[in-house]
Design a binder for this molecule. Structure first.
Ligand code: CP3
Length: 342
């Protein structure tokens, strides 16, 4: 079935577009008042594991903000859950894993998930969302990068440094690679199921990639992103978003990914230089800049597109939208892309 708005897919294929497509990382949830109401009533894992509710939340930014793509309401931490590791979401604090992986014997608790069994609710949500979208815009499915998932599975919670996770990798690289391989296999199975269920694009979030030096990134993150990308790229376009790892853009562009996400700590010119001329770039508006007055947002969006160019480019934020962004400001961002004139 033809999509009514296929700007995102065209930009990912490097085809000519009349204007760049626009969506916002973490656009589903967080800042929309209708989402806040559901958040007050239902705990996090109830919201993501109920396909009707996940569909409703996924649709909110399509109907209310007018983005060019939907991203399924879910979380990267469903993978450790499916692998047998308990994940709690503590209101106001974030993820908490009471029994993290720290030593060899902890691997006894890991299971190889049957994704259709443990994550069937995600596939159900995708099917319902595709129906609700009725071919208006493409649907993005996602997962965390194995490195970012390892960070949570070992650290047991969010962290400024992830020093427990890094120390684990540096003391027991053998165990780190064993864990990264297990996460990679589970993620590939999970994402193949998402593609079968109907997602049009896959994005991998390497949110904590920038915690690593370039050399450690090459050991602990890149090979696994590469393996996942190569397993999926014949079926759907793959987008790799690494937070803080501009130094890896060149290597990431060689994985077979269709696009690379960039954050706001690099200029569009630098990102293009590192990534090379052929790959599509996505980003990189500072999410805090959505708190600026609307005319400033409009001016900065124009400057961003002037710098990236309108082709092989997907307008987005440089990381997830913040919970306290006024909806008007999010709309102003999206409309400034839609109304762009050189
Ligand atoms: O557009 C969307 O928001 C779709 C759904 C989505 C969620 N998490 C829902 C969520 C996506 C794409 C994610 C990805 C995710 N989750 C990442 C990668 C992107 C990034 O921001 O770097 C990471 C690192 C996580 C892990 C995670 N989940 C954290 C750190 C937190 C707590 C802080 C927060 O709000 O991000 C979560 C909880 C979470 N995931 C919430 C939502 C809407 C908030 C909790 C709640 O609603 O009760």
């Amino acid at each position: 079935m033809e999509l009514q708005n296929d700007l995102l897919l065209r930009a990912l294929r490097g085809e000519e577009v009349p204007r760049p497509p626009v969506w916002m990382m973490r656009q589903a949830g967080r800042y929309l008042p209708d989402f806040m109401k559901l958040k007050e009533k239902y705990p996090f894992f109830e919201r993501i594991s109920n396909p009707e509710m996940a569909t409703e939340i996924t649709m909110q930014p399509i109907d209310q903000v007018g983005v060019d793509a939907a991203i399924l309401f879910s979380d990267i931490l469903v993978i450790p859950q499916a692998m047998g590791i308990e994940v709690q979401m503590v209101p106001g604090k974030g993820p908490y894993l009471p029994n993290p992986i720290r030593e060899e014997k902890d691997f006894d608790r890991l299971v190889t998930p049957d994704v259709y069994d443990s994550l069937g609710y995600v596939y159900e949500a995708i099917k319902l969302t595709k129906k609700a979208l009725n071919n208006r815009v493409p649907l993005i499915g996602f997962a965390g990068s194995p490195w970012t998932i390892l960070c949570y599975m070992v650290e047991g919670q969010g962290s400024k440094e992830f020093s427990t996770a890094k120390s684990f990798c540096f003391h027991r690289p053998d165990l780190a690679h064993k864990l990264l391989n297990a996460i990679t296999d589970a993620t590939i199975a999970y994402l193949k199921g998402k593609i079968e269920a109907g997602v049009d694009v896959i994005q991998l979030f390497d949110s904590w990639g920038g915690m690593l030096s370039q050399k450690d990134y090459a050991e602990f993150s890149l090979p696994y992103l590469d393996k996942i990308t190569k397993a999926l790229m014949d079926d759907v376009p793959v987008v790799l978003f690494g937070k803080g790892c501009w130094y890896a853009l060149g290597d990431m562009s060689k994985t077979g990914a269709s696009a690379l996400g960039v954050d706001w700590t690099v200029t569009p010119q630098q990102a293009r230089e590192f990534a090379g001329p052929d790959i599509t770039l996505q980003g990189n508006f500072d999410p805090s800049r959505l708190l600026s007055p609307i005319p400033v947002i409009e001016k900065m969006v124009k400057e961003m597109i002037d710098a990236f160019g309108t082709q092989r480019y997907i307008a987005n934020l440089g990381h997830g939208i913040l919970p306290h962004v006024p909806v008007d400001h999010a709309k102003a961002f999206v409309n400034a892309v839609k109304n762009y004139q050189k």
